[in-house]
Design a protein around this ligand. Structure first.
Ligand SMILES: [Zn+2]
Length: 328
């Protein structure tokens, strides 16, 4: 046998196998998406997302304390108004008594070590369920949408968010948010993480159920990217880098590993996040329940493939599980 034919000597031991990774999964790379409702004592199961719940502000301590003990370092907040009346401008998004602002303050007070990111969008808060304002013909009215999203982001920063993460996909919102953070004195106090390449995916179903954000009519294909759009994704990533994003994100993750790899090349000096979305998480659970694979093995394989593609930060509902698994 030729010398160059033999590779197995290099990975014959568990430790030398672990060295084959360019990047090892650590607890600090995990950001946990959590749903906070406007029912202060809520603790409600989300049936489509195994093990996940909607929590009220009064339950945050019992929810997060055990996870913080296991090494939880960051969360991303999604507000879920279930009682309040939604309107056309998404007033509830940054209501001082709304779930997100209250949760930011509560988490800062209870768990000062936790890094708090906030998803910024209008779809959970508007009566039409779209991510921006609409013209009479149903198209997006870009400028006022961007202005409103920047206003919401700034209000989250003012409440104490360490990071604002616009997921709306309106053109120009990164520049507008960055400008308003800087002008209000938050330029050096708040990170801007852009959902840069967010695709119009079939994998968001369980999230829309969890967050109550399904559009009342139409779809989001005029602002989320077509799944085939590699070039458009590359342009969006480069645009957001140019507009001042501090972190670039690709969403969903597993079907878009090529886009993660593209982002790693195009934004090589930025942290790179990817979102293992609700449908990916639910699919992995469903496959494990059907006996196709072991849940833990598949969870690791999926997230480690994202790291291999170039991600340095993973938003995942598996975070509590990984905190256990990485402690063993
Ligand atoms: Zn949205």
């Amino acid at each position: 046998m030729d010398i160059s034919s033999i590779l197995q000597g290099g990975y014959q031991h568990p430790l030398s196998r672990s060295w084959q990774a360019r990047r090892q999964l650590t607890k600090g790379m995990l950001m946990y998406p959590i749903f906070i409702t406007d029912v202060p004592d809520a603790n409600v199961e989300i049936k489509s997302l195994p093990g996940q719940r909607r929590w009220g502000v009064n339950r945050i301590e019992e929810f997060l304390a055990p996870l913080v003990k296991k090494g939880l370092s960051s969360v991303i907040l999604f507000g879920v108004p279930v009682n309040a009346v939604k309107d056309g401008r998404g007033t509830l998004a940054d209501d001082p008594n709304g779930p997100v602002i209250l949760a930011i303050k509560k988490i800062r007070e209870l768990f000062p070590s936790i890094y708090i990111a906030c998803d910024v969008c209008l779809c959970e808060y508007t009566d039409h369920g779209h991510c921006g304002y609409l013209n009479a013909d149903g198209t997006i009215h870009t400028e006022p949408s961007v202005a409103r999203i920047a206003e919401v982001a700034l209000n989250y920063a003012k409440a104490g968010a360490h990071c604002v993460a616009p997921s709306d996909m309106m053109d120009g919102r990164i520049k507008s948010i960055k400008r308003s953070l800087i002008d209000a004195g938050y330029g050096n106090r708040c990170t801007l993480m852009s959902y840069s390449a967010k695709f119009a995916s079939a994998l968001y179903g369980p999230f829309r159920d969890a967050a109550g954000s399904a559009p009342a009519f139409g779809d989001r294909k005029c602002y989320q990217l077509p799944p085939t759009a590699k070039g458009l994704a590359r342009r969006a990533i480069q645009r957001d880098v140019g507009e001042g994003a501090d972190i670039i994100m690709v969403k969903p993750a597993l079907p878009y590993l090529d886009i993660i790899a593209d982002a790693a090349e195009l934004a090589s000096d930025h942290p790179l996040a990817c979102y293992q979305v609700s449908g990916e998480f639910a699919t992995i659970h469903a496959g494990a329940a059907a006996g196709i694979y072991d849940l833990r093995t598949m969870a690791f394989e999926s997230v480690e493939s994202m790291l291999r593609a170039g991600a340095t930060l993973v938003l995942t509902y598996f975070t509590p599980d990984f905190l256990d698994w990485l402690s063993e």
